[in-house]
Design a protein around this ligand. Structure first.
Ligand code: BES
Ligand code: ZN
Length: 625
């Protein structure tokens, strides 16, 4: 590994995550040395980096805190005088360097940017090998959600899970908390006896008698992929290298629902190269998990709302699995480059879905992505800088960058590139991209350079009419965005048309429809649909109270917009039992926008304690707290 100690080093961050023993000689010749400024981390890795973590921790459900010692192996520049870590809300008890206690300082948060937390400055010299930080998390650490036994399915044991992306790892671990800084780790974690602990690492499959667990992650990962889950959990294998963790009464149903995981893994490898992380398991968490899924290496964290009973929502697993390449292997350098993680992943997810479930299925997903993108662009405004693929999140919470732009505009941009050279050339390019850049970071600019060098220069005429800059640094959806037609949706649209023409719900031809057809149906209903007509739909299709959360969410949003009060009691139950932000935001937003803010506030007051910090943070702003 080459390290640049440029004059910029004092103010900038240098990233070269590629560790020499992980890379073949040919991969090393591709220089990935870059001087990058990550606006969301205080650390200065060009001066001193933590390359390996030894984490010793105790999880205490009584105080809802984790106490631990993080021992970092240090790699420092010759003139290094300090190493800087990101922290937020940590109580630091003691810091030592090579075993000797040192005077550290905790510099206060940037004014008005509470998400940044505090910089922990530890004095070192160039010869310092290790620094150790003894600390305790705060009871309201943003990454951690502590659930009481009643908030779990089996209601027997409490539960803890983490959510580190984007910059919440610093609330439970002093670390250099930017996606461009990778490290390996080992951990010893003490949890209450009888509970299982899991991390982004080699994981146990059985409960230990004394509640002690050991972990090891030999591939270097960035801090946002650090994770921990502790609960009453059981494991069930799905395939040779794949399996599911969930609460004991649920694990068989989860394994059944996710029975295609192993096939997905194999199809993914056929597309874009060998899976680099050993096992691939999924943990199905309690319903307060704020996301659909999180691509923690070796162990995807997932919402139980994907367990629909008919395998219709497993695209989420394809998505998180795809991150094992796009994101976890080739990582966005800063959160401004987030589309490189998510756009590639939505694209790759769809390729896996096509390979496992066929083209017509994948087309439905693409059309839904497009519709959602159009709506987001409308909401942001067609000229908004937040609709650029390359984001400007300096001085802002990086959570503001999470939108359909990175995901769906990103994926459509890649589909456009594919359409210009054909699938064979494109797949060879993507394969090379993942292999060449494995365990490295990628900026948008380096991606464009790579794209030019490895694809466009070989097919200049094919790209003559593609304005790459307009897609990446320009707003909205460019005119040459590929148009996708779904034949299955064309059939749905005919039924919507019949219904709009006055046909009774009971007369519609809906047999064989799966979740996505129902979603299309609900989305295509007229904005001014009457409550009588909604009642007719409910009588035939029982949308209100439906167990499928995607359909329920789409239906309740329409219900709120149309003041269809029949659905309100079930919607309230839904909002009080599910914590997935993607479902919550549209419903509360619709209530706020339709003079039903009192209902929004009343339900939110009741449901808020059960939501994770990231959902609370979004909704506090939307609904008020
Ligand atoms: N990495 C994201 C979740 C995330 C993004 C957490 C940004 C925090 C900040 C994950 O891979 C994701 O995209 N999840 C989606 C899945 C969906 C697109 C299939 C989700 O949670 O809905
Ligand atoms: Zn993702």
């Amino acid at each position: 590994m080459r390290i640049l100690y440029s004059t910029l080093a004092a103010v900038s961050l240098m990233f070269n995550a590629c560790s020499s023993d992980q890379q073949s000689a040919s991969q090393q010749t591709h220089s990935n040395d870059m001087v990058i400024n990550d606006p969301h981390s205080f650390s200065k890795p060009a001066i001193a980096r933590g390359t390996h973590l030894n984490w010793d921790a105790k999880v205490d459900f009584n105080t809802q805190t984790i106490s631990g010692t993080a021992t970092w192996t240090v790699e420092a520049a010759p003139d290094a005088k300090e190493i800087i870590f990101d922290t937020r809300g940590l109580t630091i008890h003691k810091v030592s360097a090579d075993g000797k206690s040192v005077d550290y300082s905790l510099k206060d948060t940037v004014n008005g940017e509470p998400w940044m937390g505090q910089a922990l400055h530890i004095p070192i010299s160039a010869s310092t090998q290790q620094v150790s930080v003894q600390y305790t998390t705060s009871a309201d650490a943003a990454a951690l959600q502590w659930l009481k036994a009643e908030q779990t399915r089996d209601k027997q044991h409490p539960f803890l899970f983490t959510q580190s992306q984007a910059i919440l790892a610093r609330t439970w671990l002093p670390c250099q908390d930017g996606p461009g800084m990778r490290f390996t780790f080992e951990a010893q974690v003490q949890v209450p006896a009888g509970m299982l602990a899991l991390m982004s690492a080699e994981n146990p499959q059985q409960v230990s008698a004394d509640g002690k667990y050991q972990f090891k992650m030999e591939q270097p990962i960035p801090s946002y992929l650090m994770s921990l889950a502790v609960g009453n959990l059981a494991f069930q294998a799905v395939g040779k290298e794949t399996g599911v963790y969930a609460e004991p009464s649920f694990v068989a149903a989860c394994a059944e629902e996710l029975s295609d995981m192993q096939t997905m893994l194999e199809k993914a490898e056929q597309l874009y190269g060998k899976y680099q992380w050993g096992r691939y398991d999924v943990i199905v968490l309690p319903p307060s998990f704020p996301f659909g899924g999180m691509e923690n290496p070796r162990i995807t964290f997932a919402t139980p709302t994907i367990i629909a009973g008919d395998k219709s929502l497993v695209a989420l697993v394809a998505h998180e699995l795809a991150h094992s390449w796009s994101g976890n292997l080739v990582t966005n350098a800063t959160w401004n480059d987030f589309w490189l993680n998510e756009g590639f992943t939505v694209y790759f997810e769809n390729r896996i879905m096509e390979a496992v479930y066929g083209k017509d299925y994948a087309e439905m997903l693409q059309v839904l992505e497009y519709e959602s993108l159009v709506e987001t662009v409308q909401e942001f405004g067609a000229t908004s800088a937040d609709t650029h693929l390359k984001l400007k999140l300096e001085g802002r919470d990086p959570d503001e960058g999470v939108s359909d732009i990175a995901y769906n505009k990103g994926a459509y941009f890649l589909r456009l590139l594919e359409s210009k050279v054909g699938r064979e050339n494109w797949d060879a390019f993507v394969n090379g991209y993942f292999t060449t850049n494995a365990f490295k970071v990628m900026t948008t600019e380096a991606f464009v350079e790579y794209l030019n060098e490895h694809l466009i220069d070989a097919h200049p005429e094919a790209f003559a009419d593609v304005d790459i800059r307009a897609w990446i640094y320009g707003p909205g959806i460019p005119d040459n965005c590929p148009k996708v037609v779904s034949t299955r949706f064309t059939a749905v649209d005919q039924e919507v048309h019949a219904f709009n023409g006055g046909a009774a719900a009971a007369s519609l031809k809906t047999s064989g429809w799966t979740t996505h057809e129902w979603l299309r149906f609900i989305y295509q209903l007229p904005e001014d649909i009457t409550v009588e007509r909604m009642g007719d739909l409910d009588k035939s299709f029982h949308f209100t109270g439906i167990g499928n959360c995607e359909i329920a969410d789409a239906w309740y949003e329409l219900a709120v917009k149309r003041h269809y009060a029949t659905a309100y009691a079930d919607m309230e139950t839904f909002l009080c039992s599910v914590g997935r932000r993607k479902f919550l935001t549209p419903l509360y937003k619709a209530m706020m926008q339709t003079n039903q803010s009192e209902m929004a506030k009343r339900i939110y007051a009741k449901a808020r304690p059960g939501y994770h910090y990231v959902a609370q943070n979004t909704l506090d702003e939307l609904v008020g707290n």
